[in-house]
Ligand binder design. Structure first.
Ligand SMILES: [Zn+2]
Length: 180
């Protein structure tokens, strides 16, 4: 499976692919959701994944999840120095929101320990796990974030906090329905 994108992998990352071939699969899968990305550079991070704004490189580790890969690609889309298209608003929560609005498959896996996120800090994760399966919850968060992006496109507004509040309201509604 190859995405329609010219992805450049640094030598140290290609060496990592030998030990962790699934990482390359996750990068290619995640790139499918970014049709606006034509050229992009990926490298290896020594400790945790980050976007290297100095060189415009997404740096990953062998355990980087689809969420983490998508989050760092979204930072590339926020970077007018390296991304040639229309850039996205800056910020960590903005980064998560625009990522989650692309596909349920890119919503952080809150059901699995380790896949945390910036928007996740504002959410009732315990409640989310207790009343939503992963598939349902990722779909719900995707829908809310997609609506938040539509609000952002209509004009200045607090679309990130709106989305966080709306997700928590959906969780609270289900908890109430179930008498929890
Ligand atoms: Zn970030």
């Amino acid at each position: 499976m190859t995405a329609m994108v010219n992805a450049h992998y640094t030598k140290d990352l290609q060496e990592l692919f030998v030990k962790a071939p699934a990482l390359k699969d996750r990068i290619e899968y995640t790139l499918w959701f970014f049709p606006e990305v034509i050229n992009i550079k990926f490298g290896r991070a020594s400790r945790s994944a980050y976007y290297d704004g100095g060189t415009g490189t997404v740096r990953l580790t062998k355990i980087s999840s689809n969420y983490v890969i998508g989050h760092e690609i979204t930072h590339f889309l926020q970077d007018e120095a390296h991304f040639n298209g229309k850039t996205l608003p800056k910020g960590e929560r903005q980064c998560d929101l625009f990522l989650f609005a692309r596909s349920p498959a890119l919503v952080a896996d809150f059901w699995k320990a380790g896949d945390n996120s910036y928007i996740g800090w504002a959410l009732d994760i315990g409640g989310l796990r207790s009343v939503y399966s992963r598939e349902e919850g990722q779909a719900m968060i995707f829908e809310v974030c997609r609506e938040a992006v539509a609000r952002y496109n209509r004009g200045p507004c607090h679309y990130v906090s709106w989305a966080e509040k709306r997700i928590n309201e959906n969780i609270a509604g289900r908890l109430k329905d179930r008498g929890l």
